[in-house]
Design a protein around this ligand. Sequence first.
Ligand code: 26Q
Length: 825
Amino acid sequence: KTWKAGMRGIPNTVSDITNAIVYHVQSTLARQAYNLDNLGAYQAVALSVRDDLIVKWNETQMQYTRKQPKRAYYLSLEFLMGRTLDNALLNLGLKQQYKAATHKLGFNLEDLIDAERDAALGNGGLGRLAACYLDSGATMELPLWGYGLRYHYGLFAQHIAPDGSQLEAPDPWLDTDNPWEIPRQDVTYDVRFYGHAERIGNGKAVWTGGQEVLAVAYDVPIPGYSTNTVNNLRLWDAKPKRGFDLNSFNAGDYDRAIQENSSAETLTRVLYPNDNHMLGKELRLKQQAFWCAASLSDIIRRFKQVEKPWSEFPEYVSIQLNDTHPTIAIPELMRMLVDEEDVPWGDAWAITTKTFFYTNHTVLPEALEKWPVPLMEHVLPRHLQIIYDINMAFLQAVERKWPNDRERLARMSLIQEGEPKYVRMAFLATIGSAKVNGVAELHSHLVRETILRDFVDFFGKSKFANVTNGVTPRRWLDQCNPGLSNLITDAIQKPKAVWLKDLTLLKALEPFAEDSVFLKKWALIKHNNKKHLADYIKTHLGITVNPQSLFDIQIKRIHEYKRQSLNLLGVIHRYLTLKAMTSTERKKVNPRVVIFGGKAAPGYFMAKLLIRLIVNTARTINADADMKDILTVVFVPDYSVSLAEILIPASDISQHISTAGTEASGTSNMKFCLNGGLLLGTVDGANIEIAEEVDSNNVFFFGHLTDAVEDLRHQHKYHPIPVEERSPALAAVLKEIEEGRFGDPTIYQPFVDTIRLSDYYLVTDDFDSYVEANKMVDDAYVKDPEEWTKKTILTVSRMGKFSSDRAIMTYAEEFWNIEQFAIKF
Ligand code: 26Q
């Protein structure tokens, strides 16, 4: 029997739901229904939905406890959840009822949905991937839990200063009550830092002294779509272990008394805002250690309930490491087994290496995590000893395989020699895991051929796999684009509850690409989505954009490797070209709206400078009467999950134009294509697999391939040729910037110089073919709008592979060895 709303006390009729909401208004919020604002109404509705979630959460967890299936744990320092209410209503199948109930109470449900703040506990792709995987895990009925940190401040809010530069503001998202978490003051663990580790023989040690901090669990229910399963995301908060030091307090030294207190609480204060860049801060290392220690204590406590020998631990537990951020969990599990549970070192290592799995998300050298040995020794003295012991045994094995190969030993050591020495986390994650994977075919290939090449030689190929990323079609199609989702449902004659769980069924859309009535309906939905975005831009930025234009969108973290620079330089080139035309010629040109969005890490000078240039270029172009209705440029501030849900359904073209070989996968490329936006991109990351699926006719590719990159960089360095010779078109663009057309040129000189002088990301090499690709886009869009619409239908119909359900099932079957476990009601 499958679960239906209304069972086990979950209200499902409109009047039950209305009563539940009113109850929360009056009793939980202690407010009156007649003078309630949208925020208050949102909170009451959320509390009512939370009741539903808790009923199913309890049932799910009880059945897991009773049957003890093997479980998987997803350790991620980032879960970029966005908003929860709409998603929860859709997954529970209660949206229509709640719409009616809130209407009866005098509210519009969509306004209440809009009152919720985003949970921005992540930077970008890696964090959003974790959120998609939780949704898919619950939907596929897998016993999968997430573990993360309960940051009090999420990713900073982005403002644009009058001069066009990025300003960062804190994101105190917990200042309004968070109905989506359940505090568990009874689930706590002690975590130690600093102090002294003394070896006592047999690989064991005793670790004492230092600072002790308490980890407190907060549980966030994760409902599957149209299932009974409600899984758990457990986030740790830090609390001082003892209130405060009474002695100092009594002595009148208040500052001293609360010092330890506040030091504990800074641990979970804020998410580090760096994306694809390693930052070696002590507090970040402590966050990692704190979260790993608490999560492992929790996992071990649960394992002890089954009363099995330690050797069976990997039969009950698999742990996925989302990048190297949780790598310290490897020595931490060793410490718990060896020091605290008396498991012999060799047995403990066998257990550990069967339990962990490591996903790599980058091959960029500046993003690879390495920690200074002195810092690690100070913060985590026992872990450093364990890392040295692991390294010793490992290097002995390497030496046995390749005797007298000192260079190889130096290359493969967990410790990078130098002053100071560093611990290489990717290597530790690799040797401590049963499997290692990249996140798209090309990326996994590069992992095997470059950063982990020696390790492939040592362990053999079978340990190194690929799992191409995916996205949840619930949020990224049904929720953000209900018009399209409903049209698809009508066309393919399959209930949503079926096709949204088996996205390959989208194939059945293909024949509709030849149905002219359907084409019109399809195009109208895109047009409405564009109008919706145009409204947003008008109200928030005061810029008028014409929905008849081609909407061209690039939204992602601002990073040199992602080359928003190339896009902007292309825009300026377009502007110059248009300016050189007569006004009659210009009238014939296909109008374009170019939209940028994304945050720069606060310490990333070049990324912030680029934002400033984008904003000021947009101002110049939008103020030029010649460009009216022909070219409009928009920088949308404070890009977020919720903004993505408005932007993505409105795109005709989206840009994924990283230097070949640098973007591990990309996931927004999948979201755009799933919403009928075509792809303008380089032959990189998952773009390649998207083109394989949807047919390269439906993708606009340009630029050099990965193979060429190394040689080109070599040329740049040793045989530089001026931009004027390599791309006259680009040289003309740079000249305009240098002559002050978009504001004081001295400000932008460092940007122009990186392109002129080093150009590590090969903007000059790809510029001409980028301009060419853009012409192809214009032609395709203008010359045959119907053909364009066909391309978008074929694209959507062939996107089945990119559901995160497929990805999570691959992890479940090929890595974790866990089974689907239906919750019975
Ligand atoms: C590391 C150490 C210290 C401080 C910060 C960090 C840090 C934080 C975040 C390093 C990297 C990140 C985030 C990386 C990320 O988002 N990578 C993206 O992952 C996506 C999901 O696999 C891919 O689609 C993207 O290609 C990849 O860039």
